[in-house]
Design a protein around this ligand. Structure first.
Ligand code: SF4
Length: 194
């Protein structure tokens, strides 16, 4: 009997489970391979990522293709069968991860609502980054504590907290922690402690 890995099994299943005949493990592998040729991810580039929604940190595979005009089109996102975390599975929320990129309701520009205003206005990324930097500076200056009540040097910023997301890589988490500690933050939380 041919050896079929879990990854082979999931790929073949994705390519056309219902049409396959019965041989090894109940599938005609040659027929399934032919079906895969017509599958819409055939020839696509494969990229790995992590679901950003919760602390489980399920691994994703994103399939893309380059259009004739040079633009990159996202074809499909699915669970990564090689991941020991989710072994190819995704919960209903993670299974909608593709909508993060393709939803017509996706907001892809910074929106700013001034204090007291009921309206959001679109601003540039540069303007948004400047506003963020300004707010961080103001909050840090206003709440920085050099010494505690006992006279101990603490040099901490008590008016800002930071929360990291499940999609952080180890490097991003390390970088974020370094930056925040550098600002004197003591309130750091991470959604995924993996
Ligand atoms: S697929 Fe579901 S369980 Fe997995 S990380 Fe995403 S939201 Fe969490």
């Amino acid at each position: 009997m041919p050896q079929v890995t879990r990854r082979d099994f999931l790929k073949i299943s994705a390519a056309g489970t219902g049409a396959a005949g019965l041989t090894a493990l109940g599938f005609d592998l040659a027929q399934a391979a032919q079906l895969k040729q017509s599958f819409h991810i055939a020839g696509a580039s494969e990229f790995h990522s992590v679901c950003p929604y919760c602390a489980v940190g399920c691994a994703l595979v994103a399939y893309t293709k380059e259009n004739p005009d040079g633009s990159i089109q996202l074809l499909q996102i699915e669970g990564n069968p090689d991941s020991p975390v989710n072994e190819g599975r995704l919960c209903p929320k993670g299974a909608t991860a593709m909508q993060l990129a393709t939803s017509a309701r996706r907001v892809d520009n910074p929106l700013y609502r001034a204090p007291g205003s009921k309206k959001w206005q679109q601003i540039s990324w540069d303007d948004m980054m400047s506003k963020l930097a300004q707010r961080v500076k103001e909050a840090r200056d206003a709440t920085f504590v050099a010494q505690d009540a006992a006279g101990n040097t603490v040099n901490r910023t008590e008016g800002i907290a930071f929360a990291g997301g499940a999609a952080f890589s180890s490097e991003e988490g390390y970088f974020a922690a370094k930056v925040m500690r550098g600002l004197g933050l003591v309130h750091l939380e991470q959604q995924a402690r993996v």
